[in-house]
Write a protein that binds this ligand. Structure first.
Ligand SMILES: NC(=O)C1=CN([C@@H]2O[C@H](COP(=O)(O)OP(=O)(O)OC[C@H]3O[C@@H](n4cnc5c(N)ncnc54)[C@H](O)[C@@H]3O)[C@@H](O)[C@H]2O)C=CC1
Ligand SMILES: O=C(O)[C@@H]1CCC=N1
Length: 274
């Protein structure tokens, strides 16, 4: 069900490439996607893989887009958006940046009201992303549906009523893949320290994550019940979880996610000034 939606991307890096991979040839033709990025290699790769059009700087082609996705780092957002301003009239502006507030994007765009803030994550690369999103008051139903369709091209979506919840979403699922990789790395290290080969450790740790996550996704029971089913009284899992509790692992994880959310808020304050 390929349509003709014209989408511009400002920034063609990791997250934008994952999104474009889900959209091109599916939601819309690759030729309907226009990517702006000063990095010639990134543009060349996107052009040859997906047939998108490209430009090293913000250009008039963006005025023809129905949706413009802001996918640069928070630090670059103000500059980029101010350059974009002359090319924005009725378009839906969809930001994937951590921290940057809609009110600041709107002001830099001269009072533009059609803004959706989103927080995707990198499993979008394989169509398994999850995106939290929130629409500002000036977004029409059609634009909201377009935003949802764009993010659903790479996974599931969760709509929020309040923009302040984007920072917690960033902390849970936006940054979340890194915590999972961190945990896998720790399991791989332990496997090797206990005599397994690196290859065996990799396979055992990764398949355990894939299997356990799928089990949790398919189960009607809460994950705490699934955990209890693994934990025989006086057994090995009990020994591991008792050790983790003794080291304060769960509290450390909760604290870490709160630090991520706080950093999201801080990014908005730091790079949203003026
Ligand atoms: N990487 C992740 O897991 C996630 C990232 N995000 C957000 O996505 C945004 C982009 O992050 P990544 O893709 O990871 O970074 P990235 O560094 O891979 O991509 C940023 C791109 O912007 C380009 N760029 C720099 N200046 C530019 C300009 N003036 N005009 C146009 N393009 C310009 C860079 O050349 C680069 O290709 C960030 O705001 C981040 O908060 C959101 C969710 C997850
Ligand atoms: O680390 C970051 O700031 C970005 C946002 C979520 C994932 N990566």
């Amino acid at each position: 069900m390929q349509g003709n939606l014209k989408i511009g991307f400002i920034g063609g890096g990791n997250m934008a490439s994952a999104l474009i991979g889900g959209l091109a040839g599916k939601l819309t033709a690759g030729a309907n996607i226009h990517v702006v990025d000063p990095n010639a290699d990134a543009l060349q790769k996107l052009q040859s893989t997906f047939g998108v059009t490209t430009s090293p700087q913000i250009d008039a082609a963006l005025a023809q887009c129905e949706v413009i996705v802001l996918s640069v780092k928070p630090q670059q957002m103000k500059d980029v958006v101010q350059q974009l301003r002359p090319h924005v009239s009725k378009q839906l502006v969809l930001s994937i940046a951590a921290g940057i507030r809609a009110v600041d994007l709107s002001r830099w765009l001269g009072g533009h009201a059609a803004i959706v803030r989103t927080m995707p994550n990198t499993p979008a690369l394989i169509g398994k992303g999850i995106t939290g999103m929130v629409a500002m008051d000036g977004v029409s139903d059609a634009q909201r549906n377009a935003a949802d369709a764009i993010m659903r091209a790479v996974g599931a979506t969760v709509w929020l009523d309040n923009e302040s919840l984007i920072d917690p979403v960033t902390a849970v699922s936006g940054s979340g893949p890194a915590y999972v990789f961190y945990f896998i790395e720790a399991m791989q290290q332990a496997a090797q320290e206990m005599g397994l080969t690196a290859e065996q450790g990799n396979q055992l740790a990764i398949e355990t994550f894939v299997g356990a996550a799928q089990l949790a996704a398919n189960s009607t029971d809460p994950v705490s019940v699934l955990r209890e089913r693994v934990t025989s009284k006086g057994g090995t899992t009990y020994a591991a979880l008792t050790s983790m509790d003794g080291s304060g692992v769960k509290d450390a994880i909760v604290k870490a996610l709160k630090a991520a959310a706080a950093r999201g808020k801080e990014l908005g304050e730091e790079f949203g000034k003026d």
